[in-house]
Write a protein that binds this ligand. Structure first.
Ligand code: XIL
Length: 315
């Protein structure tokens, strides 16, 4: 068995992938790859608020349920993604329509509805996604404006009430190394814990780019959260490049994937490493970053790149 899953066995770190539900339904090699290679799955989109509550009070769990069932059949754990975010919220959710008091109730109900629906079936939840700006100030979102900074603590408290066994994570990008953003997370985590707020994990998305280079303080950063007794996870790793690809970029990409996994393996409580797609056939990168792509460890034809072998060898 030369799967990533087999390589990860015994390491204490679970290997995961984001899953595109249309691809899972339509593409057999894709479906077999998800089942064979990974210990955990994260819904790329179908647990986001706009997907699960398209109209107020009208829930649609169908696609998310299919993923949870798939995971169960394949002996996989699920990372829930995500409950409180500024993006991919339903169009009906606006400050023009609701008072702050109503928004607070709406957020609370959302957390209880979604976590309640999946109770006992989600290993770890990204409760709050991308709450900080690069400079470490809180991001200006509907939640911050309406509810103030306490919305984060509230969200974690509600989440813990809704599903007491789920691990509850903060999650963000550009927070892998030591910088103003990760410093802000470090301070936030200490403050939340001092207040008795149930926060269990620090998630680093890991969206890297070959042309920007890679943060060189990842281990130092992961270690400081680890020392607090917090679990850590790499939650959305991909390493994009400017197209066309060449062998230098592809080698650099392998280093990027490997460096994050190495940091994860070198601390005690890093529990998972998730790639944001395992084949370029379904990567979000070309649609969002113009002229960039080839961000996952396998190409459009499921042929593995050096990054794939680096992941396997690093475990
Ligand atoms: C992305 C998905 O991959 C895309 O399909 C979607 O159009 C937009 O969102 N950070 C996150 C993820 O936390 O939810 C985002 O996923 C990528 C960046």
């Amino acid at each position: 068995d030369d799967s990533l899953r087999a390589a990860a066995r015994g390491s204490g770190v679970r290997i995961g992938t984001a899953v595109d539900m249309s691809a899972l339904a339509a593409d057999t090699p894709y479906r077999e790859g998800v089942a064979r290679e990974f210990d955990t799955v994260t819904p790329e989109n179908v647990m986001k608020w706009e997907a699960v509550e398209p109209q107020p009070g009208v829930y649609d769990w169908a696609a998310a349920d299919r993923l949870v069932d798939f995971a169960r059949q394949n002996g996989q754990l699920v990372r829930g993604h995500t409950l409180v975010w500024h993006s991919q919220n339903p169009a009906w959710l606006t400050e023009a329509t609701y008072t702050p008091a109503q928004l607070r109730t709406i957020l609370r109900n959302h957390i209880f509805a979604e976590m309640g629906h999946f109770k006992g079936r989600i290993w770890a939840w990204d409760v709050a996604n991308e709450v900080f700006n690069e400079d470490g100030t809180l991001r200006d979102t509907i939640w911050l404006r309406a509810l103030g900074p306490g919305y984060i603590a509230d969200a974690f408290r509600w989440a813990h009430q809704a599903d007491p066994k789920a691990l509850l994570f903060l999650n963000d990008y550009n927070n892998e190394g030591i910088n103003a953003k990760s410093d802000a997370y470090f301070a936030l985590v200490k403050q939340l814990r001092a207040q008795g707020v149930p926060v269990h994990g620090y998630g680093m998305q890991g969206h890297l780019a070959v042309h920007y280079g890679f943060p060189d303080t990842v281990l130092e950063n992961v270690r400081r959260f680890d020392k607090l007794g917090l679990k850590t996870a790499f939650t959305e790793v991909d390493v994009r490049m400017q197209l066309p690809t060449d062998s230098a970029k592809v080698q650099a990409q392998a280093e990027g994937f490997g460096s994050l996994l190495r940091a994860c393996l070198l601390v005690k409580h890093c529990v998972s490493y998730t790639v944001w797609g395992f084949t370029d056939k379904y990567s979000w990168v070309p649609g969002v970053f113009e002229g960039e792509g080839s961000a996952t460890p396998a190409d459009e034809n499921f042929q593995v790149k050096p990054a794939w072998n680096t992941l396997r060898d690093t475990f």
